[in-house]
Design a protein around this ligand. Structure first.
Ligand code: GCU
Length: 608
């Protein structure tokens, strides 16, 4: 809207076209890598914008003159917003915002003081669900799609000394072409749900920094990968004092990759050894704390540091009755404590990238992780833009967590029907993931072939590990189907039961298969374990799931907007009988982690 023609925007349904670029995607991401990151904590204000008037009327061009001075009426002013904390999910801040799906505007003043000569400055967003547009002083700096991965926008040249107006439009509508699309079994929280920080870096800086054990079975070679912000020549320096390493890293056209001999103590759940590493290029210094380990498959085994691994796990959503998708260190350490009480060693971070503190703490605590992008159910597999979105989210996740030893598997999909379009989409995504990170396993939670009634999915040939989601005993009344499935299947690679579970309401008791009772949920796991023991190629189990969570799909009197398959209620404290049943099952597994050795295995012994 302008003083000249306040009505022009009313008839312009192509208003968003001029706000489509520049894209803030994987290529613009600036890894923090131990640099001092200044939080942009506000105060922030939020304004709902269901019709995207902010784009139509260019609210970002408005000055902050008080209404009494306006010559043309406006529909927005900075003082009109509601004070909100960032990070937060707007759904939990006001009752009337609980089910709001649409666009909102965050606004704050960024007070800026210039730093070193030539410095460059970036705003980094931990995550914004789902589409974010970042404006500084009215200029669009970046557009990011994807609700759970970090992105950066450069403010150098736009930011000025003193107060700057920072406005971020976040829109979380469910759409068929998005990743995930509009139909999911979890709550669509919206907002800037992870921290916003400010990074100051030299004119040429380290954009990407990878340190990993070369997965060649020698356990004696460490590869260092570097990508700089600019295609320059020069020499970086890599140091790892505890490994006695202080080596030059030649940089050509802004990239470097060197492999050095070393004999690290290998990272494992029982011995989560971390090494302090640093890389300097000119005035830029990046650091990290990394575990060095090798994860691979061997026949139907998953092998960690050369020894067979059996995964005793549970799935978990980012969901909290008080904070929604926000994660805190206390929340993560509580998850790990519950996993430990389950005698587990593995978490499947469902169904989207979780906060980066999860993998950092898992590195320290020795917890194994499956991390994934939300290619969930009926994604628009034939849409190139949808593929680009999925691939970008995966590459942002890999860039963020590439140095996290605890992450052993990248999940590229969940319960997607086996169609030609899906196969092409997923094969491409699996290949892109492997190209970005050859040091981890790639898997997906697959569906079974219902006609042949066996584990069979054309995607499996492109995966290292087949995830099997099965609910025999819950969605299918008896376990006979699971027995048939096992008898009919002979996979040539490891299988993890990536989901199995049953709903239960705390305190609801009953005999036999009385649905939603604690008794049946507990018996469900006992029966599952009994039948699954007959499949030696099953190398892990991820129970669905640790905590009850919000899902608007679930509206019976027993669920009331919650999926109640949690082993613990949504209070993250009240344990159901099934928790103890599964803990006993995992204790038995831990005592004999390798009940059915793979005939092809050379050496005995199992790491956990
Ligand atoms: C599916 C799906 C989960 C869902 C679960 C359930 O397997 O992957 O996201 O919540 O089943 O039905 O509870």
């Amino acid at each position: 809207m302008t003083a000249e023609d306040p009505f022009a925007h009313l008839h312009d349904e192509a208003y968003a076209d001029r706000y489509a670029t520049p894209r803030a995607d994987r290529r613009t991401l600036v890894g923090t890598f131990g640099r001092p990151a200044e939080p942009v904590a506000g105060p922030w204000r939020l304004t709902l914008d269901p019709f995207e008037e902010g784009l139509r009327q260019a609210w970002t061009a408005f000055d902050d003159a008080p209404p009494t001075t306006w010559t043309v009426p406006r529909d927005w002013d900075p003082e009109g917003g509601t004070p909100v904390p960032v990070p937060s999910c707007w759904n939990l801040l006001r009752p009337e915002w609980t089910h709001y799906e649409g666009a909102v505007w965050y606004e704050t003043t960024l007070d800026w003081a210039a730093g070193a000569d030539g410095e460059r400055a970036f705003l980094q967003f931990g995550a914004a669900n789902y589409l974010a547009r970042v404006f500084l002083n009215g200029r669009l700096l970046g557009v990011h799609a994807g609700g759970s991965t970090p992105f950066s926008v450069e403010i150098t040249g736009t930011v000025r000394p003193g107060p700057n107006r920072l406005m971020v439009m976040v829109e979380n509508r469910g759409r068929p072409d998005r990743v995930p699309m509009h139909h999911v079994d979890w709550f669509n929280y919206g907002g800037l749900h992870r921290p916003v920080t400010l990074l100051r870096v030299p004119p040429v800086f380290v954009r990407d920094f990878g340190v990993a054990l070369v997965p060649d079975g020698t356990f004696g070679r460490v590869r260092i990968d570097v990508i700089l912000s600019d295609p320059v020549e020069g020499e970086a320096r890599f140091a790892c004092p505890d490994l006695g390493l202080d080596v030059p890293v030649p940089v050509v056209a802004g990239r470097a990759s060197v492999t050095v001999e070393a004999r690290p103590d290998l990272w494992s759940p029982d011995a989560p050894r971390l090494y302090d590493v640093a890389l300097a290029f000119g005035p830029d210094l990046v650091t990290d704390r990394v575990g060095l380990r090798e994860i691979r498959t061997r026949g139907t085994e998953i092998v960690l540091n050369g020894r067979p691994l059996h995964l005793r796990g549970v799935c978990v959503h980012e969901d909290d009755v008080a904070t929604g998708r926000m994660t805190s260190e206390a929340d993560v350490m509580r998850r790990f404590a519950h996993l430990k009480d389950l005698n587990g060693n593995f978490l499947r971070l469902s169904h989207y990238p979780h906060d980066e503190i999860v993998a950092r703490l898992a590195d320290r605590e020795g917890v194994l992780l499956w991390a994934e992008v939300p290619v969930y159910w009926a994604i628009d597999f034939a849409n190139p833009a949808t593929y680009a979105d999925a691939e970008n989210q995966m590459l942002e996740l890999v860039a963020r967590d590439r140095n996290r030893a605890s992450v052993i598997l990248w999940g590229v999909g969940n319960e997607n029907a086996d169609t030609d379009a899906r196969l092409a989409f997923m094969v491409g995504l699996a290949a892109a993931t492997r190209a970005a990170d050859p040091t981890r396993l790639v898997g997906a939670a697959c569906l079974i072939n219902r006609e042949a009634f066996r584990i069979e999915d054309r995607l499996a040939a492109h995966l290292d590990v087949i995830g099997l989601n099965e609910y025999f005993g819950w969605y299918e009344p008896d376990f006979e189907g699971l027995r048939r499935l096992i008898a009919n299947s002979s996979p040539d690679r490891p299988v993890i039961v990536s989901e199995t579970g049953a709903d239960a309401v705390v305190g609801l008791r009953g005999e036999g298969r009385t649905l939603f009772t604690e008794d049946w949920q507990a018996e469900f796991y006992r029966r599952q374990a009994e039948v699954l023991a007959g499949a030696p190629w099953i190398r892990g189990l991820a129970a669905w799931l640790l905590y009850d969570f919000r899902s608007d799909r679930r509206q019976t009197r027993l669920q009331r907007g919650f999926n109640r398959k949690g082993l613990i209620a949504e209070d993250k404290a009240t344990r159901k009988r099934a928790f103890h049943a599964l803990a006993a099952i995992y204790a038995a597994m831990a005592a004999d982690p390798d009940p059915d050795p793979d005939p092809g295995r050379q050496n005995r012994g199992s790491v956990v």
